[in-house]
Design a binder for this molecule. Sequence first.
Ligand code: AMP
Length: 284
Amino acid sequence: MEIYKTVQSLQKFVQKQKDDGLTVGFVPTMGALHEGHLSLIRLSQATCDRTICSIFVNPTQFDDPSDLEKYPRPVERDIAMLESENCHALFLPSVKEVYPDSLEATESYDFGFLEKPMEGAHRTGHFDGVAQVVNRLLEIVQATHLFMGQKDYQQFKIIDRLIELTQRPVQLVRCPIIREEDGLAMSSRNVRLNPEARAKAVHISQTLRKIKAGFGHKSIIELKKWGFEQLEQVDGMSVDYFEIVDADTLQNIDDVSESQQVIACVAVRVGGIRLIDNMLLKVH
Ligand code: AMP
């Protein structure tokens, strides 16, 4: 695997692939890789001729400085994992390389309602930072395909809209959520859970599964209230939000027949760690 730390060297590599008529899949990450990330790499490998992964802990998307500081950065281990997946290239830039002038965003995008609820309401400026870094990385990498996880569902919708707004010629691919054996959605933050919090975290996916089983039998309002209460009553867990929304617009729905796709999304804090998860309840 080639490791590129500068924009110039990476772009030379990409240009060569494109000159050879090859497709280039791009998997942006913040590192501390796990099977969830690797599933994106594998999907890219299966879809595209070349796969580029980036590891960049983007400072502009953290609303909490201590979260940024504590974000795990096991780079050597990440490199070994990518090598064992035969990933073609890793882009491992410094902050200065990604943002040569300043951390301030030069563009702002109107994502409409997509950025308002859930993560948008609880993490000020988060999606501005996400849009800024993904746009910059796409500008650098010039990939033909972009692979992103359903795990960060609202983020996926924002990036889908970003691509539409910027009219970048890149195909966005949504990748399913990879879970631990007990159902906990894999996340780089899971390593920071102490054993007690890790045991409690299993309630998140269990509650989502029960919500899915109850979908169609109970009203959305009842399900939302039940889901919130189930998690809130776990000792030491607090719920930022538990929403059941239209999976396309992220708008609240009262009646399931109003929407072709419905998703339940949740964010909780347990043992000082914030975890998110979601589950599609209705797909068309
Ligand atoms: P991150 O390093 O957390 O920024 O994640 C990089 C990419 O991996 C994003 O597109 C995430 O949605 C995706 N991802 C994170 N966790 C999972 C998971 N458990 N299953 C599938 N994709 C994931």
